[in-house]
Write a protein that binds this ligand. Structure first.
Ligand code: KG4
Ligand code: ZN
Length: 523
């Protein structure tokens, strides 16, 4: 579905706005008038946009505690679909937000579509200006709302807003017969802010064109959690709240853009820790509401998959992906972006979780993955024969909790026998046991699904032994391995902006009343 959004008017919209104005009124405003109006003090100018095309606009000016609707028009091709209602409702809500008492406007007496829209919004005729429109000699009707806080007026605005939202959501694009809208064709040049707060990193990034990283800021809380040996949800939530404003500001500043330059704000809304997710989601909603920039909700795991696009924008499904993070271990078939079929998942611990738990047992601190992979380089991966759980199960499921127990048992056994423990050997042998199963199942899945591209995603994709082992094994079968840039394997916001750009291009937006979904599945 295409859908449409309402956002603030920007300089780049003027060509399209003037084209719609000229198609709508016998004495249209000039481009210069719009240029002035849209930047002047005390104005609210909005556009409706679908698939990168401006399809309507509306503006309001504030005079003391009253507001005047100055203009409202919808492209001929897009009329009758609720876009006018959406624009007017948003103007009225903005007026209410800024404490405006009543709103007024003038309308041509013969413009019955506009009259019925305004009447449904609570405007009533209060006067008439004789022969106001000189080119036709038509009268102007002067209309006023009630006080915006009056109950019946509020009900009218809410009903209008609901109707408008329905129109935006179900908008399927301008009708074929319409001809050009004068739009600028957004696709390919989008600037998207990504926000990520699903676990223990507060991250923001600005991305252009879906893959050019203009800035990326990650405020890690790892040091706060490491003393507890893992992520403490209450701490995560509090630290996100403290960091988010600064992190987003810095990302915008480093990219040299301001909010109004953005085409979308993409935010992770699941899966993750609920208290952590809500911080990002609430902040993104606030930014979207204040700026009129549309909001896009991103699945964190889809974000991890899109980290691959940041290394190589030409990657295209069909592909199979191994998603290995602190919370997930799955093999996923991706026939096309946005369509995910889980082939198998872990029955117990996730791969990253296994690394973290074993690191804790070995006294290596949190997070364990980087510490184990560093030590493993100095150890012998064949020193200890840890189990390869489910390697012959014939499916794509994993089980990792037994491996942790095997490591604990091995350590106890060695200590009891009075033998010195080689931590690098344990680390290397444990790591090899994890990745042997992952490589075996990955190659089988890629062959069974007949793909020529394979991706890895998630924090564990930063593991050098896994990257290299998979590359070699897939290469033998003529399958290419795509990997995300090392720094973008673990949680970051560039990947969220990348997945967000994809969703934006599909016209999939997140309503302002949407909530975080801690157990959000992929697919
Ligand atoms: O994707 P991520 O940053 O957060 C989640 O979405 O869970 O993944 C974090 C996980 C941690 O468990 C961490 O130990 C693991 O990724 N990790 C690694 C490596 N770097 C991070 N695991 C193995 N080897 C690594 N080099
Ligand atoms: Zn993650």
């Amino acid at each position: 579905m295409m859908g449409a959004v309402v956002r603030r008017m920007r300089g780049g919209d003027l060509d399209a706005v003037v084209a719609i104005e000229e198609a709508s009124y016998p004495t249209p405003w000039s481009r210069a008038v719009f240029a002035h109006e849209s930047t002047a003090e005390g104005r609210v100018w909005l556009v409706a946009e679908s698939g990168g095309e401006v399809i309507g606009y509306a503006g309001l000016t504030v005079v003391e505690d009253e507001a005047h609707v100055m203009n409202l028009a919808v492209a001929p091709e897009a009329r009758g679909q609720g876009i006018g209602a959406a624009l007017l409702a948003r103007l009225m809500l903005a007026a209410r937000e800024s404490g405006i008492g009543r709103i007024t406007l003038e309308v041509r007496e013969r413009n019955s579509a506009a009259l019925s829209l305004y009447r449904s919004a609570g405007f009533a005729e209060a006067g008439r200006r004789q022969a106001y429109y000189s080119e036709t000699g038509e009268d102007a009707l002067l209309m006023w709302t009630d006080d915006l806080s009056a109950p019946q007026q509020l009900t009218a605005i809410e009903a209008l807003h609901a109707r408008g939202q329905e129109g935006l959501d179900s908008f399927t694009g301008p009708s074929e017969t319409g001809g050009g809208l004068g739009g600028r064709g957004l696709r390919g040049r989008e600037i998207v802010l990504g926000i990520e707060t699903s676990c223990d990193e507060t991250a923001a990034a600005v991305l252009r064109c879906g893959f050019e990283v203009m800035s990326g800021v990650v405020a890690s809380q790892v040091d706060f959690h490491s003393r507890f040996g893992g992520v403490v949800p209450e701490i995560a939530s509090r630290k996100h709240t403290e960091a988010i404003v600064g992190v987003v500001d810095k990302a915008l500043e480093e990219a040299g853009v301001c909010l109004t330059d953005l085409d979308a704000i993409a935010v992770t809304y699941g899966p993750g820790l609920v208290g952590a997710l809500v911080v990002g989601v609430a902040y993104a909603k606030g930014l979207s509401f204040a700026s009129g920039v549309p909001l896009v909700g991103v699945n964190h795991l889809e974000g991890h998959l899109f980290a691959n696009v940041l290394a190589d924008p030409s990657i295209e499904p069909p592909l199979v992906a191994l998603v290995v993070s602190g919370g997930h271990t799955s093999l996923v078939y991706v026939p096309r972006w946005g369509d995910y079929e889980i082939l198998g998942e872990t029955l117990d611990d996730a791969a990253g979780e296994a690394f973290d738990k074993v690191a804790k047992v070995l006294g290596l601190g949190y997070p364990g993955g980087p510490a184990i992979s560093r030590l493993a380089k100095e150890g012998d991966p064949n020193a200890i024969a840890f189990p390869r759980a489910m390697i012959r199960s014939g499916d794509y499921r994993f089980s990792l909790s037994g491996l942790k127990t095997a490591v604990i048992n091995h350590l106890r056994h060695e200590r009891e026998a009075g033998r010195e423990i080689s931590v690098p050997d344990v680390a290397a042998s444990f790591q090899q046991a994890v990745i042997d199963v992952q490589i075996d199942k990955s190659v089988r899945a890629a062959l069974e699904w007949g793909v020529s591209t394979f991706c890895i995603a998630g924090g564990v994709a930063a593991n050098p032994a896994l990257r290299e082992g998979l590359r070699v094994a897939l290469e033998r079968e003529g399958i290419a391995l795509a990997v995300p840039p090392l720094a973008l394997c673990t949680d970051n916001a560039a990947m969220i902006a990348a997945a967000g750009t994809f969703r934006l291009r599909r016209g999939e937006f997140m309503p302002l009343d949407a909530e975080a979904v801690p157990n959000l599945p992929l697919g």
